[in-house]
Design a protein around this ligand. Structure first.
Ligand code: PLP
Length: 363
């Protein structure tokens, strides 16, 4: 079965991890500092804190932003549930904003959702495509909101050479299907020393080095182990080739599907590093079955968060999400997807395009 995403690990990655395993330090060592320095240099953000998941990164970011019980945080309707869950961890309320044709938070709706309780916006660079950072930043400035970017899908889209507006705090995930992996892991980056200090203490039980390691507020153990950071350092050396390959596959898919009627690609407007390749098709669930019967795994990213029973209590007004989510599906895209596999996937989708009506009766 061809999966929708997959890590790439080479001998250098293995050697880097083994070196740490043979050393005296498995946590809190210099490899962590090195990974943070490397991530700062790569992205251009001044401060970096690595943590043990993208979810932990979001929790730390929201804590640093001062989110408390009773606050409201605007999040997109379509994202992984972690984006909204992190808001709930702090007793705050996620307020769901409709997405646009790119499946990105719709900046033209955000302002309707701002209330006196709103304290922050979390945007999501869905599938690897960047949101309109400039517009979101202006909205945040106007309403005095903290701008947090959940860029778990888009590591590599912002580098120190990027000439775009930056969020107050940005979060990454290094889960195995992401652009680089540390097994599990994440990072929080910012240009603000105050936010960085709060993140670094929150990930370590709220204890402050500058106050004799005294605990000043609640915190967690969100520390990344050295083994994972060593893998991250090694993976980071390959990020450029990882992104180039994903872009090559995406270009091939875009070309193959450009004139299709039954299969459409989600609108592309901004820089995209293609964590996912998301298409839209009617009879989406039948499409997934059809692809599975051909040993190709396709996955839905994502059902609307407000449809999960846990979040159902939140009030929503997301008409575009309601019309689109039944059509979206991600097809495989990852570094080791071979030319043969790409052709197989394209061939099966051409067949779906030409014979959808017949195929849905078959599967
Ligand atoms: C948009 C988004 N945010 C947050 C996360 C959470 O990251 P992690 O799985 O590393 O906790 C994910 C994970 O896939 C995600 O897709």
């Amino acid at each position: 079965m061809i999966g929708y995403g997959k890590q790439y690990i080479d001998q250098k990655d293995i050697d880097a991890v083994v070196e740490v395993l043979k050393s005296d330090t498995l946590t809190g060592g210099s490899v962590i500092d090195k990974f943070e320095e490397n991530l700062s240099n790569y992205t251009g953000f001044k401060y970096c804190s690595v943590v043990n998941s993208g979810t932990a990164a979001l929790h730390c970011a929201l804590f640093a932003a001062g989110i408390k019980e009773g606050d409201e945080v605007i999040v997109p309707s379509i994202t992984f549930t972690a984006t909204a869950n992190a808001v709930c961890y702090l007793g705050a309320k996620p307020v769901f904003c409709d997405v646009n044709e790119s499946l990105l938070i719709n900046p033209y709706i955000i302002e309707n959702l701002v209330t006196p309780k709103t304290k922050a916006i979390i945007t999501v660079d869905m599938g690897g495509q960047l949101v309109d950072y400039q517009t979101i930043k202006s909205i945040c400035k106007k309403h005095n909101l903290v701008f947090i970017s959940d860029s778990c899908h888009a590591f590599g889209a912002i580098t120190k050479k990027s000439k775009i507006a930056t969020p107050d705090i940005i979060c990454y995930s290094f889960h195995p299907v992401k652009h680089i992996t540390t097994g599990e892991g994440g990072a929080v980056l910012t240009n603000d020393m105050f936010y960085d200090t709060l993140v670094k203490t929150f990930r370590n039980h709220g204890r402050y080095k500058t106050f004799d390691n005294k605990q000043l507020h609640i915190g967690y153990n969100y520390r990344m182990p050295d083994i994972n950071a060593a893998l991250g350092n090694s993976q980071l050396k390959k990020i450029d080739k990882f992104i180039i390959k994903r872009k090559e596959i995406a270009i091939k898919y875009l070309k193959a599907f450009e004139n299709m009627v039954n299969v459409k690609v989600v609108r592309q407007q901004f820089e995209n590093v293609w964590h996912l390749f998301i298409i839209k098709t009617h009879n989406r669930d039948k499409f997934i079955e059809y692809m599975k019967a051909n040993n190709i795994m396709c996955v839905v990213h994502y059902p609307p968060v407000y449809d999960h029973p846990y979040h159902k209590k939140s009030c929503v007004n997301c008409p575009y999400t309601a019309t689109i989510y039944g059509q979206v599906v991600s097809i495989p895209i990852f570094y080791t997807l071979s030319e043969g596999q790409q052709s197989l996937i394209i061939g099966k989708i051409i067949n779906w395009e030409n014979n959808m009506k017949l195929l849905i009766e078959d599967v």
